[in-house]
Write a protein that binds this ligand. Sequence first.
Ligand SMILES: O=C(CO)[C@H](O)[C@H](O)COP(=O)(O)O
Length: 217
Amino acid sequence: MDQDALKKQVAEAALRFVPEGEYIGVGTGSTANFFIDGLATMKDRIKGAVASSEATAERLKGHGIEVVSLNDVDRLPVYVDGADEVNAHREMIKGGGGALTREKIVAAVADQFICIVDGSKQVKRLGKFPLPVEVIPMARSHVARKLVALGGQPQYRDGFVTDNGNIILDVHNLDILNPIELEEKINNIVGVVTNGLFAKRPANVVLVGENGSVNQY
Ligand SMILES: O=C(CO)[C@H](O)[C@H](O)COP(=O)(O)O
């Protein structure tokens, strides 16, 4: 199976977690897009969705699924999203698509985070994928210097503006021994909105699309 087929397979496996008569949180990216397409086949069973990006909101609406603000829901039982890397502790690097801040906010509200990935995203140690950091534009150089002091090599994602009007620094060569500690350290740099480590709030369930099967842990 090619990577897209694996993404579609795992996205469809996540449909069983969709709660009846509730709002559902929906992530961003190509795997999440397959999930949205599947969700469309059962849209009458949910109240609507909370989107983690403008792109996801557009795709949901295109399928006739009502999109509501996170501020308008009392509870969000489930959030389904992809990841760029995930380890055995269900900690992740996210934000390859640049939607990390809204993803982290929706994930923080959700009772359950269902992470959907193809097998290539599974890693022993996080950090081979450059860590995305969303930064207030005027703090770009300051934050970059602090990231260098932490041992990373930040690279400006040229021409990319987040849904929140900010920039992204992709940090290469980080040795991530303690994901929770590093997540906190980077978030404490003035000018950082958030970073793509999801360690303080890991996934509750990881579904992995392998050739012909979906594994869960
Ligand atoms: O964090 C994300 C977007 O900000 C995505 O979940 C992550 O980049 C994975 O994307 P894809 O499913 O396209 O491989």
